[in-house]
Design a protein around this ligand. Structure first.
Ligand code: CA
Length: 201
């Protein structure tokens, strides 16, 4: 039988959970080259990415899956992206949404942002900037102001520093365990190296 120090065991457990709970992003983009590049970048950044190439398929995907964020092109073959946005918000779906488009006129930009988009990124863009904007939108929508972090299996109360699981079992954590679990839950799906983790302890 293997003997783990309690912190090691918790770290291994939290690591497994973080891996299982990748953020899921819906990419609505009809351009094959751009879509392919974005999907690869998202997957490299440890997001789960579903890529659809028109507006109606995008809306259908949103009806059947829960997404953490939508990347929406405006020039789509079947339906204008701004109309897709209107449909999403008309269904009271608050999913964070980032428009990615070559349309640089002010009217479209205003319509997009006023219509409920969280950000508007002009093509061509650098993938690194796209990933930074995604992180910023996700932070604004979910992160900093929360007093609770969770991934559906384990919940971490940032005020009491207790972790709890589905079975309602509450565990008081040491400062080191708390820091480790927080680091893993704050970026679900991200793979952190040992030194990155140690930096946070
Ligand atoms: Ca397009």
């Amino acid at each position: 039988m293997l003997h783990y120090a309690r912190g090691d065991f918790l770290a291994a457990f939290a690591f497994e959970l973080a891996l299982e709970s990748k953020m899921r992003i819906l990419l609505v983009e009809d351009d094959s080259m751009i879509g392919d590049a974005i999907q690869r970048a998202l997957s490299d950044a440890s997001y789960a990415a579903d890529w659809v190439k028109n507006g109606l398929t995008g809306l259908a995907a949103l009806d059947t899956h829960s997404y953490d964020l939508v990347l929406l092109d405006l020039g789509l073959p079947d339906k204008d992206g701004l109309d897709v946005l209107d449909c999403i918000r008309a269904r009271n779906n608050p999913v964070p949404l980032l428009i990615i488009t070559a349309r640089d006129n002010l009217d479209d930009r205003l319509r997009g942002l006023d219509g409920g988009a969280d950000d508007y990124l002009l093509k061509p863009f650098d993938i690194a900037e796209l990933l930074a904007r995604i992180r910023a939108v996700l932070r604004r929508k979910g992160g900093a102001a929360q007093s609770v972090l969770g991934n559906g299996v384990v919940t971490l109360n940032l005020l009491s520093k207790h972790a709890s699981t589905d079975e309602q079992r509450e565990v008081a954590l040491s400062n080191r365990e708390f820091a480790l679990l927080q680091a893993l839950l704050i970026r679900p799906g991200a793979i952190l190296s040992r030194s990155e983790l140690e930096d946070r302890l």
